[in-house]
Design a protein around this ligand. Structure first.
Ligand code: ATP
Ligand code: MG
Length: 592
């Protein structure tokens, strides 16, 4: 079924320029060769911040803009590489002066503002392990994460401190210092939280020196702590190392096609791994200019950024694309994007409709890619070295070996080599950005590995051309009358209907067939839910998927519950449907 549609589609999508040359470059890939793209610390060792900032700042790109910060009130501030070097040195000096150093954990809780970037880079320089959190987290999720990570220092704004941290301070005994960033909230001026260990970051930065001797970290030294999205359960804390920079560098090149003159925009919040790996590290490693927008999503505002900042490479997520689609093509057509060269998406499966929408409305198809907090960087992608197959995650990147396995309790893992076989997606362990621990969950970490394979927990299939297709999370797959039904296929079929903005399906226990498919659908702007529409959607799905796979029930919702990283929380829809406990909702976005 897929193959037929895709053949038709493929012929209509333009092939990437120089595709053959780029394919050839892939074939010659080796990690050893790739390592030459990084310079290493003078005197030995590897530190992400040196690779990302200092080596550019000490060379020809010193005056090139590294970060362009767009603040909510419309101000625009350019920070060039040498300024970033000096400011991150200052932050590292502040940490050192407070006794924070190698292996200490630094948490950052502030919006997308300069201090966040300085805290991340300065922590790398000091050898500390940094963990950015979503600033929209409530007090409880913040305290739990700081406690689990044994945070020694927290960087936050005065108003976030007052609203979310102050009352929880007793629950975070590991926290020795809080550094406050001034913000525009007059009621929260810096002198308010006059508590021991709570200091004004601005004052400390003013006094600190521009020079800092970067800690001689090694590739295996911890650098980053990231919490998973909590889509399938309680978020896990995944620990990453400085050596991950090599994956970020390589994937910045192969998966995002970054070039030195690019204006690059990653829309992910650094509280999610994408916002750090590809919102901070990868673009800086390539010496490009990153757009950093402080404001929340708004379709018109986003189109304006793409147009006015002349964004050339854009990395975003299906949820944002669906929201743009929901806003309608007329809005997009008021803007022009001549500078835009490459668009990529991650986080959830990208429905074929979204790939087509990109081609039709933005003038470029969207390249889906797949990875996880645990993998630390992009593993499978549609890239400039291959034709896009809409609905597919693409092919494993150079240096990544993927396979499909059958993984059943108490049985040895079996690698399924036949094309189209559905099984768990596994990766050969050992790529540079692989996570090294789940904090506090050693047994769970061990269970992710079998022999030399890392088991991802996602189900997929590989086609005869070597493209991988996402089927669903192992937890979300529906079993009905002996069929295994992947939610993605059903959701994509529903999304083809012009009335549907978003869809999520779950399995509902049924005595006769095991589980039946129930769909939750949110409609495009201006479309009313009705019995007639419900019947039409059920009919459309049956026609597309066949009666065995199509949903038996459809419920209309104004929006679907999603995580702060934009992933639909099917487990919550299921728990609500079955009247079961809702579980860990620390990452649930408000209003869902
Ligand atoms: P948790 O592990 O806490 O349940 P999570 O798995 O959503 O949350 P992340 O690490 O942020 O946390 O997300 C990785 C997962 O997102 C992948 O395992 C996969 O299920 C999904 N995902 C990411 N990119 C894609 C993609 N391009 N296509 C399909 N699924 C994707
Ligand atoms: Mg996960």
């Amino acid at each position: 079924m897929h193959t037929k549609r895709i053949d038709k589609d493929l012929a209509a999508l333009p092939l990437p320029p120089n595709m053959r040359d780029r394919e050839a470059a892939w074939r010659g890939f080796s990690w050893d060769e790739a390592r030459r793209g990084l310079s290493g610390l003078p005197g030995g060792g590897l530190n992400i911040a040196y690779e990302a900032v200092d080596r550019h700042a000490l060379g020809e790109r010193a005056g090139h803009t590294a970060l362009r910060l767009l603040s909510a009130d419309g101000r625009r501030r350019n920070i060039h590489y040498d300024e970033l070097r000096r400011l991150s040195n200052r932050f590292a000096n502040v940490l050192t002066s407070l006794g924070i150093g190698r292996g200490d954990r630094v948490f950052v809780l502030c919006g997308r503002r300069l201090e966040l970037y300085l805290a991340v880079l300065g922590s790398f320089k000091a050898g500390a392990v940094v963990s950015p959190l979503f600033s929209a987290f409530g007090p409880e999720p913040i305290a739990t994460r700081v406690q689990l990570g044994q945070g020694a220092l927290l960087v936050t704004t005065a108003s976030l401190y007052r609203r979310k941290v102050a009352a929880m301070r007793a629950q975070m005994p590991s926290l020795r210092h809080v550094l406050l960033v001034g913000d525009d909230d007059a009621s929260a001026n810096l002198s308010t939280p006059n508590e021991p260990g709570t200091l004004d970051l601005g004052q400390l930065m003013d006094k600190a020196s521009d020079d800092f001797a970067i800690a001689p970290t090694r590739p295996d030294d911890p650098a980053l702590l990231h919490f998973t999205s909590g889509t399938t359960g309680t978020p896990k804390g995944a620990l990453h190392v400085h050596g991950a920079a090599l994956t970020h560098y390589v994937t910045g090149q192969y998966a995002l096609d970054l070039h030195p003159q690019d204006i690059y925009w990653c829309t992910a919040d650094p509280g999610w791994v994408t916002g750090t790996s590809y919102g901070i590290i990868a673009p800086l490693l390539h010496g490009v200019t990153s757009i950093i927008d402080e404001a929340e999503f708004d379709a018109e505002h986003w189109y304006r950024i793409l147009q006015e900042e002349r964004v050339s490479v854009w990395y975003t997520a299906p949820t944002a694309i669906r929201m743009l689609m929901k806003a309608g093509p007329e809005l997009a057509h008021q803007f022009h994007f001549p500078a835009l060269r490459f668009i990529a998406s991650v986080g959830e499966p990208l429905n074929p409709e979204a790939v087509w929408w990109g081609a039709d409305v933005l003038g470029l198809p969207i390249h889906d890619n797949w990875w996880q907090t645990e993998t630390g960087g992009i593993m499978i992608a549609n890239t400039v070295a291959m034709p896009i197959k809409p609905g597919s995650m693409g092919k494993p990147l150079p240096g990544v070996e993927a396979c499909i396995v059958r993984h059943q309790a108490d049985r040895p893992i079996e690698v399924l080599s036949d094309a189209e076989a559905v099984g768990e997606l596994a990766l050969k362990a050992g790529w540079p950005s692989m996570f090294r621990r789940y904090l506090g969950q050693d047994e769970r970490y061990r269970k992710c590995f079998s022999g030399e394979l890392y088991l991802t927990g996602d189900l997929a299939r590989r086609d005869a051309d070597g493209y991988y297709w996402f089927v669903g999370r192992a937890d979300d797959v529906i079993k009905s009358s002996g069929h295994l039904i992947g939610p993605f296929e059903v959701e994509s079929a529903l999304m083809e209907h012009p009335a549907v903005a978003e869809a999520a399906v779950i399995g509902k226990p049924d005595e006769m067939v095991g589980e039946v498919v129930k769909a939750f659908v949110s409609l495009k702007r201006g479309i009313e839910a009705s019995e007639a529409l419900r019947a039409e959607l059920l009919g459309h799905a049956r026609k597309r998927l066949g009666a065995a796979v199509a949903p038996k029930e459809i419920a209309f919702l104004p929006t679907l519950p999603r995580t702060r990283s934009g992933k639909i929380m099917r487990r919550l829809l299921k728990a609500r449907e079955l009247g079961l406990p809702e579980g860990d909702l620390s990452t649930l976005e408000e209003g869902a």
